[in-house]
Design a protein around this ligand. Structure first.
Ligand code: NAD
Length: 353
């Protein structure tokens, strides 16, 4: 156990969280409990039908539906959404990190309270962090204004997530927990959040893949998602998140898939420098840290190679250059040669030792 003579601040915001099949039926009651009555519902174009269902359920409490949420929260879309939010007194976001990001971006500008129904495992609903893009440049900020007030985890909503995205999104969440274990500002509570999140996915994700409609298993993975998202908001991330932001931002690689491919490799990179912190990961997944995570991902049918996500071999040098620029704090020094070798292995899909 980590000692804490010097004390620490858990830093978790006051959030109301419900989890269980059918909790979305309480959405209207949540709006009313906040003393509000005109909810703007947000979705991506792909999930507009789910947004319409939420509007129907809200009835007179619905202000309208804005179904143009997009990856990386482009500022132009946020501006249109702020316009659509005129006259609304709260936001209801139903979707993954892209839709939740739009809700946060509106809240940053308007201070409207947010109720979130997550449909992936990315964990954005549990953080005071917003990433948004203006003129092709993504900036990340942290503000209590963007932290959603209410989260409703309904396994029936995540059950529609295709199996491929279920696996990569779950690995995306697990990556928050792995990096939280060796975070510079890790504390006894963040350790427990991270370990609980990893255990929930270790136990739940194979059951979900075997039977995507298994609501009990979905519930377990959503519990993991909440723990992993909460710890993402509580402590700093390191090399793995820097690599994912580099490949997503500069090479347009897909978010969850990139996390899924890189996690075993970034964990293996840090396995020696953070041996004590990562020992529970080796224990949970069997064998070495990187090898165990790789085998877990492979058994679930996750993508294993960056080349399969569309990264060209010729881009690896530039990716390594960018990844070592302004590095995040990391337990092992971030050296260009070693990072280039890591990226080569991840590009090929080789199993880390
Ligand atoms: P996403 O929200 O972009 O969703 C991917 C696609 O899947 C979309 O088309 C979406 O409509 C669809 N989808 C989502 N749930 C579905 C469901 N249950 N059934 C059918 N289709 C569904 O993906 P994501 O991985 O959740 O989010 C990625 C974004 O979130 C990135 O921009 C990332 O930077 C951001 N993010 C932010 C934080 C934070 O704390 N600020 C944390 C994690 C992720």
């Amino acid at each position: 156990m980590r000692t804490f003579h010097a004390g620490f601040e858990p830093g978790h915001p006051p959030v109301r969280v419900c989890l269980g099949a059918g909790v979305r039926a309480g959405i209207g009651a949540e709006v009313v409990a906040l003393g509000l009555s005109r909810a703007l519902v947000l979705t991506t174009p792909q999930q507009a039908a789910q947004g319409e269902a939420v509007c129907a359920q809200l009835g007179a409490l619905a202000h309208g539906l804005f179904s143009r949420a997009a990856m990386h929260t482009p500022v132009e879309i946020t501006e249109a959404a702020v316009e659509a939010a005129r006259g609304a007194d709260c936001i209801v976001a139903i979707g993954g990190g892209s839709t939740i990001g739009l809700g946060k971006a509106i809240a940053l500008r308007t201070d409207l309270p947010q109720i979130v129904l997550p449909t992936t495992y990315a964990g954005s609903e549990a953080t005071p962090v917003l990433g948004q893009t203006a003129n092709g440049v993504k900036e990340t900020l942290r503000s209590p204004k963007v932290q959603p007030e209410v989260i409703l985890y309904d396994p029936e909503l995540v059950a529609t997530l295709p199996v491929g995205l279920t696996v990569t999104s779950g690995l995306n969440a697990m990556a928050h927990a792995v990096e939280a274990l060796y975070a510079r500002d890790a504390n006894p509570l963040s350790d427990q959040l991270a370990l609980g999140g990893l255990r929930a996915f270790r136990e739940g994700l194979p059951r979900v893949v075997a039977d995507p409609g298994n609501l009990a298993a979905r519930e377990s993975t959503q519990f993991g998602s909440w723990l992993c998202g909460t710890v993402l908001g509580a402590v700093g991330m390191a090399l793995h998140h820097k690599l994912c932001h580099t490949l997503g931002g500069s090479f347009d690689l897909p978010h969850a898939e990139t996390h899924a491919v890189l996690l075993p490799h970034s964990a293996a990179y840090n396995a020696g420098a953070a041996a004590r912190e990562l020992a529970p990961v080796a224990e949970l997944f069997g064998g070495s840290v990187g090898g165990g995570l790789y085998d877990f991902a492979a058994a679930l049918g996750a993508p294993l190679a960056l080349r399969d996500l569309g990264l060209a071999k010729a881009d690896l040098d530039r990716a390594a250059d960018l990844a070592v620029k302004n590095p995040y704090w990391n337990p092992r020094p971030v050296e260009r040669g070693a990072i280039r070798a890591l990226l080569q292995r991840a590009w090929e899909g080789a199993r880390p030792q």
